[in-house]
Design a protein around this ligand. Structure first.
Ligand code: NAD
Length: 483
């Protein structure tokens, strides 16, 4: 059988030591890989490539489709972009898969039964990184949730659950507050759940879901969440296993994939030969499954568990009462190699035969809706007259209200302040002024331009606008708090 191509990045700090150790084990286990080395990280950043990757490296990744990456060091100071974010976005790695299982009794944890996987959306949400400062006081980040992006990640979560023989998917969102964006994520989850009737599907609000995760992680199986929540949840979950250093992250796309340990380049112990290669080795397990080599993945994972339970430990996990031998990186790798073909006796053996997670590429649902423009939110930078909302309201009623368009409300930080609220609260210099057609009917772009000209003539600094639409007659914008 032909060798399978992968790209390998040795990374920085402890990266080269642990990568060499892992590749020796993979080779001994019969992974039969055709490896092309690439250079990413600190050296490349210092050459002046702010993304940490040279432009010609993409050609190699386009050939191999898979990257096995050791941790890199991101130089301190401004101007450097996150290599991981660049790789994720450039290669369309939309799913971030982070398993968190405890290795009790070999590794101490309060949650010996915990065995869950977090499937985190990897490209959207606040990580689109669209931020603006709009006034002296106010900064904004756009949270983008798309239907195609949500369909992909939710379907991936269900498909992953099915193919790994897991039983339940829990979706976590904040759709009680973010009714449109998180509301879409929840809605798509409910829709796709109907395609998998044998898998239990449940939804929880992210706050109570996180509290439950922290207290009873064993009640979860697979969790799917938008990007930011998934990011936080993954760290909470891996902390609970008692072995953050063993965490693994798979980044999966339709055509490409990247596998790495969760820990960093540990510059404090680099070059001393004492780093634990386990996180990076365990990252090779989903990679081998992805490459159709589930049997090799199983052999490595079982040999690693056997080594660990026999008390052969690197200094980071060595405990005098439990460990037997303290070893360095190379010796640990040697001990794992010696155990290839053996199963663990205390820990549960893994069985990955036939358990191949292939890429999913399904066309997004076509959405045919009738969209109508029914108003506009005009955001103002206004810091006059003691920031009195009634003064601003009167000004707009007198100078801007006209023709078919009328001022419906003004909000400050989302709270309706005009027409007046009973309770006076602190206001910033950032005001949302909502205009709609007098009979709540359809408006034209021309009417919006006329309206903005009136703002300009009144000397008001409009900093941004958001059109208000209905889709099939349903309003597609949030109300003001208190409206
Ligand atoms: P870190 O994970 O490198 O180190 C935290 C602590 O854990 C250190 O004491 C370290 O010695 C120890 N440690 C980590 N991995 C270990 C291992 N395999 N064996 C034994 N001990 C280990 O986190 P940090 O110090 O915050 O970051 C160091 C650098 O790594 C930074 O430049 C950071 O940006 C980078 N980083 C890279 C990645 C990545 O490439 N995916 C991820 C996280 C951090």
């Amino acid at each position: 059988m032909a060798k399978v191509p992968i790209a390998v990045a040795y990374g920085d700090g402890i990266g080269p030591e642990i990568m060499s150790a892992c590749l020796r084990i993979l080779d001994a286990a019969g992974a039969d890989l055709e490896i092309t080395e690439i250079e990413v990280g600190e050296k490349v950043y210092r050459e002046g490539f702010s993304s940490g990757i040279r432009p010609d490296t993409w050609d190699i990744l386009q050939h191999t489709h898979v990257l096995y990456k050791a941790p890199i060091t991101t130089p301190q100071g401004g101007g450097y972009k996150s290599l991981n974010v660049t790789i994720r976005n450039s290669l369309g790695l939309y799913a971030n898969v982070r398993p968190s299982a405890s290795y009790y009794p070999v590794v101490d944890t309060n949650h010996p039964m915990m065995d869950l996987v977090i499937v985190r959306e990897n490209e959207e949400d606040l990580y689109a990184g669209i931020e603006h400062r709009q006034t002296a006081e106010v900064y904004q980040a756009l949270k983008l949730i798309t239907r195609p992006g949500t369909e992909k990640i939710v379907r991936y979560a269900f498909e992953f659950t099915k193919r790994t023989g897991r039983k339940k998917v829990t979706c976590l969102t904040k759709d009680n507050i973010l009714k449109l964006s998180d509301g879409l994520f929840h809605k798509v989850f409910d829709e796709i759940a109907t395609e998998y009737p044998t898998i239990e599907a449940e939804h929880m609000i992210i706050d109570i879901g996180t509290a439950k995760l922290a207290a009873q992680p064993e009640i979860f199986d697979v969790i799917v969440a938008p990007n930011l929540y998934g990011d936080i949840l993954s760290d909470v979950a891996s902390q609970l296993t008692g072995s953050v250093g063993l965490g693994v992250s798979s980044n999966i796309g339709d055509r490409y994939a990247m596998f790495e340990a969760v820990h960093g380049s540990a510059p404090d112990i680099a070059g001393r030969g004492i780093a634990n290669p386990s996180g990076l080795l365990l990252a090779a397990v989903p990679m081998l499954i992805h490459l159709g080599k589930a049997d090799v993945a199983e052999r490595i994972h079982n040999a690693w568990k056997r080594t660990l339970e026999e008390g052969i430990h690197t200094p980071d996990i060595y405990k005098a009462d439990r460990s037997k031998v303290r070893v360095g990186t190379t010796e640990f790798a040697f001990e794992v190699q010696q155990r290839l073909g053996y199963k663990p006796e205390i820990l549960e053996a893994v069985n990955y035969q036939g358990d191949i997670i292939t890429q999913l590429s399904m066309p997004p649902t076509q959405v045919n809706v009738h969209k109508e423009l029914v108003g506009i939110d005009v955001f103002l930078d206004w810091d006059e007259q003691g920031r009195d909302p009634s003064v601003l309201g009167k000004l707009l009623e007198d100078k801007v209200n006209s023709g078919e368009m009328k001022l419906v409300m003004i909000t400050n930080r989302g709270l309706k302040v005009y027409p007046a609220n009973e309770i006076k609260t602190f206001s910033t210099d950032h005001w949302r002024c909502r205009f709609q057609q007098k009979n709540n009917g359809v408006i034209s772009h021309k009417q919006i331009l006329d309206l903005l000209q009136k703002f300009d003539a009144a000397g008001l600094d409009f900093i941004k606008t958001e059109n208000l639409y209905t889709f099939d007659g349903e309003p597609a914008f949030s109300l003001g708090q208190g409206q």
